[in-house]
Design a protein around this ligand. Sequence first.
Ligand SMILES: [Zn+2]
Length: 271
Amino acid sequence: MELNLDTKKLIDTHAHLHMWQFKGDLEDVLKRTEYLKFVLNVSTNMDDIYETIKTAKRLSNTYCAIGVHPHDSKDALEHERNYLDEIEKLATKSNKVIAIGEIGLDYFRNLSPIDIQKRVFADQLALAQELDLPVILHIRDAYEDTYDILKAFKTDNLRGIVHAFSSDENWAKKFVKLGFKIGIGGPITYPKNEMLRSTVKIIGMENIVTETDCPYLPPQLFRGKRNEPIYVAYVVEELNKIFGKDVTEHVWENVTQLFGLNNKFLGADAK
Ligand SMILES: [Zn+2]
């Protein structure tokens, strides 16, 4: 990578390191991931939750979010055990688990019926609030309904990230007002994404966090290829260009505040 960035400052708040796309060279990917300051490994269903935690345990800089993606909400209800009890048990047992996610609504593909998506989303939101954990939101073509559900849940401890944000400045502002940070990844580097770049500029670096969504959504230079945490450098490079200064310290502040991290908590002793 010809980028002139200090990798120790890099933060990826949305990775799926446990997915099959990394199986062939996982050791190398983890070695490169180790250079980052902070990584959040995110689960999508009841089958990958255990792998999500297991992979996070391999790296001292990596934590995880566990929860059920809207696509998988139908299957969660059919899980052999009560999925909410299972998530609660795992979240309480491991101090690697620092968020619930990714959860939300996806009307683009509608792989689970809308009423089931809403129910599973709301139930996991309630659990996150009970456990006082932030949530990682997946929203696609469903900003209005997601917002309405969150608003009904609004309490002091409602907080999280709108992952892979893909709407306009008005929605960004509304979610920021609810206590959310806006997750910015590879798409910020796409030539045609002027709207996202102007949205980011308007909402300011105090409201954004960086992410990859790897193995998906690679930056422009790697389009069509597999993404990985270290490529968050290209996202940072674009953000630095937009703001005319280094954003990494602001992003770190946003992340520590959101997850309630401190130097003592971040370390090799997390199990
Ligand atoms: Zn994701």
